[in-house]
Design a binder for this molecule. Sequence first.
Ligand code: NAP
Length: 248
Amino acid sequence: MTESADRVVVVTGGSRGIGRAICAALSAPGTTVYFNYNSNVEAARATAEGIESAGGKALYHQVNVASETAVVDYLGAILKEAGRIDVLVNNAGITRDGLLVRMKEADWDAVMDVNLKGTFHCMKVAAKTMMKQRYGRIINISSVVGVSGNPGQANYVASKAGIIGLTKAVARELASRNITVNAVAPGYIDTDMTGDLNDKAKAAMIGQIPMGRIGTPEDIAGVVAFLASAGADYITGQVIHVSGGMYM
Ligand code: NAP
């Protein structure tokens, strides 16, 4: 079985930033895009408009991916309604930055729970149905810092490095069922997550990017759309860096 004409796509953290651009990039006539958000319903509404204007069907719900019960209920309801999940994009993510010696356990736990455990919860449920379908495309959003490291982000970096290991382990488990599992590692992308940086920090960051510019959410979304397309049918277990050359 290959790509379905009526695709069912699930994107976590679709209300803003990279997730919103991914929702738009995966939208097409015949595609239903389910996406969730944590608290920002207004932003979710705007994402839904983008999906609908690209010809897709948009359905959004408040779901905290850190909660196993919430994820099981959410994906269970999607399966009841749509009958299948073709593409899962684990994009929801948060930061709670601080130096290791000052990092609170709560900040460690919050980041690991959303970024890494949330990805695990969603993959676990989606994989069961993808195995029955003998088709599935899972794309996990990691980060360049999950490979390079970054001071002040021990929790975030550990979660993003964990996503890479998780991606590779599950890619090996599911490959024989025609399910691919890949990670995308964005560099420095212009979203709310990076919006707090002052001009000096931004300039310093751009100085580390060989292409000399900050990335856009659409730069990431295009690669996610490719990994979800038939053109990427033979790619699994890979980490695709989309960072203007920040990491080579
Ligand atoms: P963002 O603008 O802060 O958006 C984060 C998204 O995740 C929002 O839709 C948010 O929902 C959702 N979210 C947060 N916590 C959640 C939870 N517990 N359950 C469900 N959804 C939750 O972030 P972004 O920059 O687009 O980042 C998207 C992904 O790319 C993240 O995994 C991030 O780590 C990764 N990334 C970003 C960059 C970058 O430079 N921006 C670089 C590398 C990797 P609400 O709107 O409801 O809060």
